[in-house]
Write a protein that binds this ligand. Structure first.
Ligand SMILES: [Zn+2]
Ligand SMILES: [Zn+2]
Ligand SMILES: [Zn+2]
Length: 115
């Protein structure tokens, strides 16, 4: 039975032949890297490296909780909320952000059915 032709490992500079993308050694390396950097559950990864900067800038421009403001209360911003969650295709654009205090933020997520 003919075997599929082997090609060089896709890892730069690796001369080993493989019928997959990487030789076994580099396949493992690639998987580790994927797990470490792409699957990490931390917020930086979830929202991207730039998020903290965007959040700080947005909070500086919108220093009061926008929900409280609508109800006539002046409450300092504590968290910046994504109106359309990143997980549902939302972006970090200012039009998708909202300055909220802790209690308004909790309330909004509660109404959305999140934790
Ligand atoms: Zn290799
Ligand atoms: Zn509020
Ligand atoms: Zn939120």
């Amino acid at each position: 039975m003919p075997r599929s032709p082997k090609k060089p490992c896709a890892y730069p500079g690796c001369p080993r032949l493989t019928d997959r993308r990487f030789c076994p050694e580099h396949e493992k390396l690639d998987r580790d890297r994927y797990n470490k950097y792409e699957r990490s559950p931390d917020v930086n990864r979830k929202y991207g490296r730039a998020w903290k900067r965007i959040r700080d800038r947005y909070a500086a421009a919108h220093p009061l909780c926008e929900q409280c403001l609508k109800e006539g209360r002046l409450t300092p911003v504590e968290e910046v909320h994504h109106i359309l969650p990143i997980s549902q295709g939302g972006t970090h654009n200012a039009s998708n952000l909202m300055s909220l205090c802790q209690s308004c933020h909790t309330k909004i997520h509660h109404e959305l059915g999140d934790r």
